[in-house]
Design a protein around this ligand. Structure first.
Ligand SMILES: [Zn+2]
Length: 300
């Protein structure tokens, strides 16, 4: 039974689809409060200070501040986001088995060409089934599975028992796109309706759905000189924008500033990989040029 649901936006202050969705729903609860009557649904602007600045964060990435060790620090943290993470954990957690929140839907944007990327951090039966249904209803919805030990995971969603981080793109950070906003609102509403269906015991009875699951393998950084320094190459133009497409050994990966191609070496075990988050602007500071995933076909 899903009793408590939190819809979050503005976990990153310049990812404006979620920001505007939350602001709209706060002003007009009738937009969502009849969709899942069997649960308490709350909406929250996760990082209001960063939203005000139209920036990803003020002092530290809020969506990297929810590891149990961060939440448990004995001294009051100086950085705004660590304090905000504790506050959110107090309201919606506490993170762990006794959390008061069953489900968090956290709405993000990406500059990468990823469509509606539904990120699952656990193999939770509701989020799997609902997300599978949404891949049938939205032709550009994808499933990305990012398994992590939950207490060590730094994401806001991990304060709840289960979560979906909805990454929507391509959208420039700091801006809005009307078509994307409207489809995103529709998608979040569908999760609420499907939660209602789940609570009635009906969603579970739907026939298994065949889904492609992209599972995190490793992140790939930009080429840099040994010992660090500025990046030495850009995402190759033949790769840019082609998230979820197989990257084979010998494929063009980067282009140096003097026009040389850097090719992909392939995985040591020869397995096929599928890059996502290609050229995500927010990941330049994290030195992630893309995330490599492996693809499986499963029945959910
Ligand atoms: Zn984000």
């Amino acid at each position: 039974m899903i009793n408590t649901i939190v819809i979050a936006g503005g976990t990153h202050g310049n990812e404006r689809t979620g920001v505007s969705l939350v602001e709209k729903w706060k002003a007009h609860p009738e937009c969502y409060n009849t969709l899942c009557k069997s649960a308490t649904v709350d909406v929250v602007l996760a990082n209001p200070e960063a939203v005000r600045l139209n920036r990803r964060y003020c002092d530290h990435d809020l969506n990297r501040a929810f590891a149990q060790t961060c939440l448990d620090m004995s001294v009051e943290p100086a950085q705004y986001e660590f304090r905000r993470a504790r506050e959110l954990n107090k309201i919606y957690g506490p993170k762990g088995e006794n959390t008061r929140t069953d489900l968090i839907l956290d709405v993000h944007n990406t500059g990468s060409n990823m469509g509606y990327c539904l990120i699952l951090s656990t193999r939770d039966p509701f989020t799997m089934k609902a997300s599978a249904v949404l891949t049938q209803e939205f032709e550009d919805a994808w499933i990305y599975y990012q398994p992590e030990e939950r207490s060590a995971s730094p994401y806001f969603g991990t304060v709840a028992k289960a979560d979906v981080c909805i990454e929507i793109g391509p959208q420039q950070h700091g801006t809005l796109n009307a078509a994307i906003f409207e489809r995103s609102e529709k998608l979040v509403k569908r999760y609420l309706e499907l939660a209602e269906e789940w609570n009635r015991g009906e969603l579970q009875k739907r026939a298994p759905i065949k889904v492609e699951v992209y599972t995190q393998l490793r992140d790939l950084g930009y080429p840099k000189p040994q010992g660090g320094g500025a990046i030495q190459a850009m995402i190759h133009p033949e790769l840019d924008g082609h998230d979820y497409r197989e990257l084979r050994q010998g494929d063009k990966l980067f282009r140096t500033f003097d026009g040389k191609d850097i090719l992909f070496d392939g995985e040591p075990d020869g397995r096929s990989v599928y890059p996502i988050f290609i050229n995500e602007p927010a990941y330049y500071e994290k030195d992630i040029a893309m995330s490599l995933t492996v693809k499986t076909v499963e029945e959910w």
